[in-house]
Write a protein of this length. Structure first.
Length: 299
């Protein structure tokens, strides 16, 4: 199944992009052509390069992350090239640009943490793109294309980084062997870290770009780095990270409820969009914390 996934992603990528621009290629901007070319090239290369070429697959994923960072950087400097401003705040764009380029370089260098961070980005990009694509279902052109690129980019990243050979390559050092374990607590902590890595930037985007409940903005900006810290500590195999994610999970639930309660008129659907990122991260963080607490008490 994992071997067939990259080929399926490549076919999906080409089909979706062709559908969105069929009969109106002349309306596509240079940035759209560039983004489409990079996405399709990465998808096709990921499908045809043998699984044993692990560095090639890591480089494909790294290039996609660096591309994301580069496009985000154009927003920082006021030159966003697309019709729909997917990054409504330059500070948020700066965060994504920094993280995208850093994670991309980490993938190219084979850094262990970079794979987990990139998978979190992929999950967040895929989910956000899918929700936006549902909103624009049946439409064609640049705006639904940009939403589709989020799904395609996330799918390509996951299809490269989920390969068994690639996972083994990134966890090649003895210190990282624990992440290959099928222990329930390890797996729970792993998923919690990925989900919270994805949720943290969405807290920043909400606070800086779409504050539907202004009373909760400060709380979101405080909570975002806390979730990032907890996820990082989990990746570094620190038990404190699980405790932080558990506390952060409770805080995320409170934040989501408060955002829904104090949302301005018409803002509840937007809060619901962000809740699709926050609540899974909260549930996984609390679950990992509960499992760790039970295991500690038993010992």
């Amino acid at each position: 199944m994992k071997r067939a996934l990259p080929a399926c992603v490549a076919v999906l990528s080409i089909t979706w992009i062709v559908y969105l621009w069929w009969g109106q290629w002349g309306l596509a901007s240079g940035a759209v052509w560039l983004g489409s070319g990079i996405a399709i090239s990465a998808a096709v290369a990921g499908a045809v390069v043998p699984s044993t070429y692990v560095r090639a697959h890591a480089a494909i994923a790294g290039c996609l992350m660096i591309t994301l960072g580069a496009f985000a950087a154009t927003r920082v400097f006021g030159h966003w090239p697309f019709a729909w401003d997917a990054m409504p705040d330059a500070r948020y764009a700066g965060l994504i640009a920094t993280l995208g380029i850093t994670v991309g370089l980490g993938l190219v260098c084979g850094a262990f943490w970079a794979r987990w961070a990139a998978m979190a980005f992929a999950a967040g990009s895929g989910l956000g793109g899918a929700l936006n694509s549902l909103h624009w279902i049946g439409e064609r052109g640049e705006t639904p294309w940009l939403a589709a690129i989020g799904v395609i980019g996330g799918a390509v990243l996951l299809s490269q980084l989920a390969r068994t050979e690639v996972a083994t390559y990134f966890a090649r050092h003895t210190a990282h062997a624990v992440w290959a374990s099928r222990d329930r607590l390890v797996r729970s902590a792993r998923w919690a870290a990925i989900a919270n890595f994805a949720a943290a930037p969405m807290l920043v985007l909400y606070a800086l770009g779409q504050p539907m409940a202004p009373r909760t903005v400060t709380f979101a900006l405080v909570l975002a780095p806390l979730l990032g810290l907890g996820s990082l500590l989990v990746v570094l195999r620190r038990t404190a990270g699980i405790a932080i994610l558990a506390v952060g999970g409770v805080a995320l639930c409170i934040h989501t409820a408060a955002s829904a309660e104090y949302a301005i008129a018409g803002g509840l659907p937007v809060v619901g969009y962000y809740a699709a990122f926050w609540l899974p991260a909260a549930l996984l963080g609390i679950t990992a914390g509960a499992m760790a607490a039970v295991r500690t008490l038993r010992r």
